[in-house]
Design a protein around this ligand. Structure first.
Ligand SMILES: [Zn+2]
Length: 147
């Protein structure tokens, strides 16, 4: 699945002065979120002001890159033709462990495997000239004690 991504020519993110630290972290294989120094809450997407208290002291901090699928949709006919080669694929709302929800794509061999509540972890994926923060399901734990 990841092999098909490297040759795609898709429109990518357009980093701004506010969002560039997020995209730079993803390119390094890291995951960061803003934290409001006034109310302590984590924020996504990147902003100049906290959506909870309107404070302007938002600081970047390392985040787990882990979360759970809140909702999802299997895409068979992409909204942009450039993604056609990768279809079908699954886009999902991921409720991050730090609180915010973000929209991303799930790395699944079979779109039918997507499920609400599925635990996932961020995986940076090269898509053409970009690196995007997609999410892969956590490995299913072995049940060695069930023998
Ligand atoms: Zn705040």
């Amino acid at each position: 699945m990841i092999d098909v991504f490297t040759t795609l020519k898709v429109p990518g993110p357009i980093p701004t002065a506010i969002s560039e630290p997020f995209w730079a972290a993803v390119r390094r294989g890291e995951f960061v979120l803003q934290r409001c120094e006034d109310c302590g809450r984590r924020v996504f997407y990147p902003r100049a002001h906290c959506p909870h208290c309107w404070g302007s002291r938002l600081v970047w901090h390392a985040a787990s890159g882990r979360g759970a699928v809140k909702s999802f949709s299997a895409i068979h006919r992409p909204g942009h033709f450039a993604w056609a080669e990768a279809a079908p694929y699954v886009v999902a709302l991921i409720e991050l462990d730090e609180g915010p929800t973000m929209l991303s794509q799930l790395l699944l061999a079979n779109p039918g495997d997507a499920a609400v509540g599925m635990r996932v972890t961020m995986r940076p994926v090269e898509i053409g000239e970009f690196v995007l923060p997609f999410f892969a399901p956590d490995a299913v734990k072995a049940h060695a004690d069930e023998t």
